[in-house]
Design a protein around this ligand. Structure first.
Ligand SMILES: *Cc1c(COP(=O)(O)O)cnc(C)c1O
Length: 399
């Protein structure tokens, strides 16, 4: 065997030995509460499709219409000749939804962070992020070359220490004062807890820093108009860079930034993941537009109410099955197990019971903090939650 293959196989063996090996499972059905996983029917408690929109007819129809009217592909990047009417409509709809001057869509949330952070900061700047922010923010922070500082999770006092350091920092050789960007999430993706947004906004204002808020798991769920946690806290006007994804509660695909016209114009000129990448297909943009309209409708409000009802029921089911649950205020319920292999065994025992909840391990979460990440959607019924409780009780008795 040549040494390339040999080295790769050694690395794969190391991952297996550490309980960190990952593999794909084939889902042979549309996204939903009942899916087939590797050919077997399962009750699904793993998706981010919180409002049950991924397989919603209104979205699928909008995608099909856009494919018929605008074709399957986009032909080029947006700045060459790929900026199609569905992209403009999506961005107008997004800006109106979030009540910002302007919006820009990207092919994914990941591409959004990777393009946006280096468009705003360079090596003379400082970026300060929460310990638990998503990988795309860490990667964007590394890519921009700014000094990266991490504050303890949701700890405003520690954030203030980092802000003090950044604002007193002499920047040898720099031609200007450092820009300071704070980045956090509103709902944390693997823990389901909420950022102390008011404290963070007050601190970044006091120290003259900017805030980028990733509302990936809050868009569509929080706030009077379901714009996100910043709206719910009446702070949206003080968040310079509002980020989110179109692939979670909105049930489609893509990412976005909402903010001022100047911010969006700068991103169009400088965000490399936007400039140097083919535009998302028209169907994806049209599905996202339909999703935002759905979320803003009365039906969207009904879905949200159903979701919170099922979240409460699922929390009770977890506790009744004998598992502890941290105090979360979102549809993300982390059942923390600790050891990586134990988490894999627990997920396998649940699959035996017909319930699909994958094990989340390093590097998605810290080593020794492996967990089952249970997510609830508006499409789950009371009977589904009862089945969940039975499966949890049985699976944990056996492992
Ligand atoms: C999922 C996620 C992203 C990435 O969004 P995609 O559209 O899936 O690429 C970004 N930030 C957070 C917090 C996420 O959970």
């Amino acid at each position: 065997m040549n040494s390339f293959e040999k080295q790769l196989l050694e690395q794969l063996d190391q991952l297996r030995g550490a309980g960190l090996y990952r593999e794909l499972r084939d889902i042979g059905s549309p996204q939903g509460v009942r899916i087939t996983v590797d050919g077997r029917p399962m009750l699904n408690f793993s998706s981010n499709d919180y409002l049950g929109l991924a397989n919603e007819p209104a979205l699928a129809e909008a995608a099909a219409n856009a494919a018929r009217d605008f074709g399957a592909g986009s032909g080029a990047s947006r700045l060459i000749c790929g900026s199609l009417t569905p992209h403009r409509e999506l961005e107008e709809t997004l800006a109106a939804f979030k009540a910002t001057e302007a919006a820009l869509s990207f092919s994914s949330g990941y591409a959004t962070a990777l393009g946006t952070i280096p468009a705003l900061l360079d090596k003379d700047d400082v970026i300060i992020v929460d310990k638990l922010v998503h990988a795309c923010i860490i990667d964007g922070a590394r890519l921009c070359g700014a000094k990266l500082r991490v504050f303890a999770h949701n700890d405003a006092d520690d954030l203030e220490k980092k802000l003090k350091w950044a604002s007193s920092r002499p920047a040898p050789g720099a031609s200007r004062l450092p820009r300071v960007l704070v980045v956090t999430e509103s709902v944390f993706s693997m823990d389901g807890d909420l950022a102390p947004l008011r404290d963070i906004v007050e601190l970044k204002d006091r120290y003259g820093a900017w805030l980028m808020l990733d509302e990936a798991h809050a868009t569509g769920l929080f706030g009077e108009h379901r714009r996100g946690l910043a709206e719910a806290c009446e702070l949206a006007g003080r968040v310079e860079i509002q980020m989110g994804t179109l692939g979670k509660a909105l049930g489609a695909a893509g990412g976005y930034i909402c903010g001022s016209r100047a911010l969006i114009d700068l991103l169009i000129n400088r965000a490399r993941s936007f400039i140097f990448s083919t535009a998302p297909v028209p169907a994806a943009a049209a599905a996202a537009t339909a999703a935002i309209r759905f979320v803003q409708s009365r039906e969207g409000e009904v879905r949200r109410a159903q979701l919170w009802q099922q979240v409460d029921a699922a929390k009770n089911a977890v506790i009744n099955s004998g598992r502890a649950l941290p105090p979360v205020q979102s549809p993300i319920l982390p059942l923390v197990i600790g050891d990586e292999s134990d988490a894999i065994n627990a997920a396998a025992a649940l699959r035996e019971q017909g319930v699909f909840i994958p094990a989340i391990r390093y590097p998605t979460v810290a080593k020794g903090e492996a967990r089952l990440r249970l997510t609830v959607t508006a499409a789950h019924s009371g009977a589904d939650i009862a089945e969940l409780q039975r499966a949890l009780t049985t699976a944990f008795r056996e492992t």
